[in-house]
Design a binder for this molecule. Structure first.
Ligand code: SF4
Length: 297
């Protein structure tokens, strides 16, 4: 390992995390897309799935982004209380995003909502958006989710009558996916955040997309609901890129929080087939690994 400061090590590791996350999909999503391709019988949908799988292969071989929309960037940070760098982390992550924009390269996607002016480097007011969680230990875990506009465009927050509970929840999820149609480039992954407050329901919905789609919720009843929703959503037959067929949705992940007795909020975040995510661990001696993709850096 080169002798550099821990600050520089964080910047370089996060640039690498962004490069890998933008150019290689996590294995659970690739496997699920292959399964969808093998099982598809509709010609047009199968052609789309083949194009998607070829796209993934070429991006990884040539080290280029999987999609032209390299997304708006969100970080989820677990900061160990003995990790030596704390208040400087924000500026280090922002610096890493600027460098990744130049070096990967990433399409600049951060636009002023009022003037439409693009900042040119994927940073701006609150962007990249950074969630912090304080945890025991001396390491730093950084997950990244660069999310494309097509999938974020169809995010929804529903406030359903509390008496309807799971029945209302199912209706809301089916509605959201039906309304989204082909816009988020299916097959999609659906993140559902249940309960909490209006902001927390959406945070949980998006965080649910960080969980690999082959891992069910640890609560047995919620795991069953995830499976049931997957079946219901695939019966919509929107299919790959909207061309019909067996696979509209690759996975449904639910996270939840306690709610106010008078509310039952359901946040829905949708990830497109190019559902990019990656997780990096940095130890205080500077050693680092991108655990989501099994890469030591
Ligand atoms: S929705 Fe996803 S796959 Fe479609 S253009 Fe946007 S980032 Fe790319």
């Amino acid at each position: 390992m080169r002798k550099i400061s821990l600050e520089q090590r964080i910047i370089e590791s996060v640039v690498e995390l962004l490069r890998i996350s933008e150019t290689r999909l996590p294995i659970d999503i690739i496997e699920s897309l292959k399964k969808a391709y093998n099982e598809e019988t509709e010609t047009l949908a199968k052609t789309q799935l083949k194009a998607i799988l070829d796209n993934i292969k070429y991006a990884s071989e040539k080290n280029i982004p999987i999609c032209q929309d390299t997304g708006l960037i969100t970080f989820y940070v677990k900061l160990g209380d003995e990790f030596p760098i704390r208040s400087k982390l924000n500026s280090l992550l922002i610096e890493a995003v600027k460098r990744a924009t130049e070096e990967v390269p990433l399409r600049p996607n951060a636009v002023n909502p009022w003037t439409g002016k693009n900042s040119g480097d994927n940073t701006g007011e609150y962007i990249p958006y950074i969630h912090y969680e304080l945890v025991p230990g001396d390491s730093l875990e950084i997950s990244v989710m660069p999310k494309g506009g097509g999938s974020s465009y169809v995010a929804k927050l529903y406030s359903i009558p509390p008496a309807e509970k799971v029945k209302g929840l199912k209706k809301a999820v089916i509605n959201a996916v039906y309304d989204a149609g082909p816009k988020p480039c299916p097959p999609i992954i659906v993140g559902v955040g249940v309960g909490g407050t209006e902001d927390l329901a959406m945070i949980l919905a998006k965080k649910a997309l960080l969980r690999p789609i082959n891992i069910r919720n640890e609560d047995e009843n919620i795991a069953k609901l995830e499976e049931e929703l997957l079946g219901l959503l695939n019966s919509l037959e929107i299919g790959a890129m909207g061309f019909g067929g067996k696979t509209t949705v690759l996975g449904v992940n639910i996270e939840w929080a306690h709610r106010h007795p008078a509310t039952f909020l359901v946040g829905i975040a949708i990830g497109c087939w190019a559902m990019r995510r990656g997780t990096l661990i940095i130890h205080k001696d500077g050693s680092a690994e991108i655990i989501s993709h099994g890469v030591k850096i």
